[in-house]
Design a protein around this ligand. Structure first.
Ligand SMILES: N[C@@H](CCC(=O)N[C@@H](CS)C(=O)NCC(=O)O)C(=O)O
Length: 201
């Protein structure tokens, strides 16, 4: 049985949605950032990076949202398009979300990763609405006028939910990006997505 380690409000939401949508049996183990669980020895033994998500498989822990999402899609034979170029497009989006947009967001709470200077932290926080809006503009440019990112529903659509959840708190009005707003609304109307978002409240 798969076990997913997650914390509320985090990118782990994407892996949870993918597990639900794939219909795979799994357990969720919630950890608390307020209690510093991600840095404590038991969790570090599973993920030395001290981050969620971490998916415990029969073959050991698997980390990094793009890898977890693709593993879930492979186990289920679902949530990935068929053609090589479309599969590459999915990976292109997952990579952007993880390596650029998530990192933009992380500058709000995790400035200590990049500087020891409190003044630098303040300027990083101030920049988040701008960089997240830039990322939204990129997503808007990639989405079709309606429907999913590609012809069929995929793990790329799922990963986008995790960053859209952060926008209001990051002072970005999603309504400035109509295709993204419609995509997020369509995602939230899916029962599996609604269930998981509710669990993060
Ligand atoms: N590249 C990783 C990033 C994971 C990550 O940074 N997760 C955050 C939560 S959104 C975390 O666990 N942060 C804990 C910390 O920085 O102490 C992924 O995409 O899964």
């Amino acid at each position: 049985m798969l076990t997913l380690f997650a914390a509320k409000g985090t990118v782990a939401v994407a892996s949870q949605i993918a597990l639900e949508e794939a219909g795979l049996p799994y357990n969720t183990r919630w950890i608390s950032f307020a209690d510093g669980d991600q840095h404590a020895a038991p969790f570090r033994a599973l993920n030395p990076k001290g981050r969620v998500p971490a998916l415990i498989t029969d073959f050991g822990p698997l980390t990094e949202t793009p890898a977890i999402l693709e593993y879930i899609s492979e186990l289920s034979g679902n949530l990935m398009p068929d053609t090589p170029i479309e599969r590459a497009r999915v990976r292109e989006m997952l990579s952007y979300l993880a390596s650029t947009m998530h990192v933009n967001h992380a500058h709000k709470f995790r400035g200590a990763r990049w500087s020891d200077d409190p003044a630098a932290h303040a300027t990083m926080v101030a920049k988040v609405p701008e960089t997240m809006a830039e990322s939204c503009a990129y997503l808007e440019s990639q989405l079709p006028d309606s429907g999913w990112l590609l012809d069929e529903y995929s793990i790329a659509d799922i990963h986008m939910v995790s960053v859209c959840r952060w926008l209001a708190a990051d002072k970005v009005d999603i309504e400035n990006f109509p295709k993204l707003a419609a995509h997020f609304a369509a995602m939230k109307s899916r029962p599996a997505v609604a269930r998981i978002l509710q669990a993060h409240e």
